[in-house]
Design a protein around this ligand. Structure first.
Ligand code: MG
Ligand code: MG
Length: 272
């Protein structure tokens, strides 16, 4: 059952989402060769608690850490460890936070120093597909419209769209209805309703769409061990249109990136 939110609840969700956005922004300047995921995980936990929130993933389904950190061929749900990053790696960081009973849940794939041209293309196309999906999250559309837009863009570039893991509704629990697949058929799936809040999160592989899971019971990685990229935003359906609750603005500020990609989907004025 889809649970629409009141405008007050949407503001609380924005607060939670922005704590995650700020956490990713803090991490952005820390991602460099020699750093470990376990170190960044500790920084993130402290940062989230200092902002009056609680890590959203820690203990959820018994996950052991604050961040899911998935380098290179890992798709999602990687467990932070002591392996130092090296130049040319990519690291997908997925972060959750709970405040006032509402979850924020968003993710960014960072480059460690300079990455190859091929990897940069995968990063660019995956992020483009996220916004193509968000554009379709509007009145009278369905989950299949979002999935189709993401799938078409990524497959046009020859990339694999992971099937087993999907976006989702978000609110007082981490995973609400509906499922938001990154593939689909136009006009199919669940109808969007005013006030609903979702996480849209393409997980896109350079090669095959097929995945495997490590024996740790968590880590998902590509079957062919080629790289995978993950970007995730939180969005509310307001006045029939997609309204971003999360932002990559803090990441971009830390990295010195200029971008107007979020402009069409914001009503609030971000103070970075
Ligand atoms: Mg997430
Ligand atoms: Mg999610």
């Amino acid at each position: 059952m889809i649970i629409p939110k009141t405008s007050e609840e949407i503001e609380l969700m924005r607060e939670s989402a922005l704590i995650v956005s700020k956490t990713l922004g803090m991490l952005a300047s820390e991602v460099k060769p020699g750093v470990t995921s376990l170190y960044l995980d500790g920084l993130a936990e402290t940062f989230i608690r200092d902002h009056g929130a609680v890590p959203g993933f820690l203990g959820l389904y018994d996950f052991p850490n604050t961040l899911c950190m998935s380098p290179n061929a890992q798709v999602v749900h990687g467990i932070p460890d002591k392996t130092p990053y090296k130049e040319g790696d990519i690291i997908s960081i997925d972060c959750g936070a709970v405040k006032n009973g509402f979850y924020g849940d968003h993710a960014y794939t960072f480059s460690v120093g300079e990455v190859s041209v091929e990897v940069q293309k995968l990063l660019d196309v995956t992020k483009e597909s996220l916004y193509k999906g968000i554009e379709q999250f509007k009145a009278n559309n369905r989950t299949g419209d979002v999935g189709f837009a993401i799938q078409q863009h990524c497959e046009n570039h020859g990339y694999g769209v992971v099937r087993e893991l999907v976006g989702h509704g978000l609110g007082r629990t981490m995973h609400e209805d509906p499922e938001m697949p990154n593939y689909g058929r136009r006009g199919r799936g669940k109808l969007f309703v005013e006030g609903m809040t979702v996480a849209i999160e393409p997980m896109i592989n350079m090669g095959t769409k097929n995945i495997q899971q490590l024996k740790d019971g968590w880590t998902i990685l590509t079957k062919d061990r080629q790289p995978s990229v993950h970007f995730e935003h939180n969005i509310a359906l307001v006045n029939g249109k997609p309204e971003l609750l999360s932002t990559f603005g803090y990441v971009y500020k830390a990295l010195g990136i200029e971008s107007d990609e979020e402009e069409a989907y914001r009503q609030d004025v971000l103070v970075l």
